[in-house]
Ligand binder design. Sequence first.
Ligand SMILES: [Zn+2]
Length: 201
Amino acid sequence: MAQDWDIKTRCDVCQGCETPFQDMEPYFSALMRSEDGYVRRDYCAKCWESKNMDSVPYSSWQGTFRFPPPEPEEALKKETAESLLRKLMAEDDKTNINVMYILAVMLERKRMLIEKDVQTREDGIMIRVYEHRRTGETFLVPDPRLQLDKLEEVQNQVITLLGADNRNTAETKNDNETADSTLLTAAISNAGKTAQNPNVS
Ligand SMILES: [Zn+2]
């Protein structure tokens, strides 16, 4: 497997009986491990209860299917914590692993990502399983267990990455930007607490 992080889209149809999901229908998601990495499958309640699936899940959770509304145009204009996280996760660059984790914690505080599970892989790498509240995508983000002395460096990296792209847009300060800097401070302080007490997560 090339990298430890990944984004998995939600299936539109049940992977057991192939019935399309309806708006507001509860569904059950399962992550499977395969040779090519993680595979996500979504099932209707009936198939989940009858265990109509082809392998044992590595991780599973329940959600409510919603038709994703179209992406608001405003959000596409400038770099946000979300667009930056998506961009970094699409790249095959391990040096961004700390930044990806902090961005994911920021989006969790923003209630855009919901943590569904935490798994420690056989190789000791801790993987946080987030679901995107609006689109239902799964974000698999490795937790680098940041050391306290690394936090300031990561904070500066995030500020640079978010700020550099913001300069390309006409508007300077808006609500999103203010919220992101507040969230960043909160995310860093949270990561600091976890670093101090590695047993508390
Ligand atoms: Zn089904």
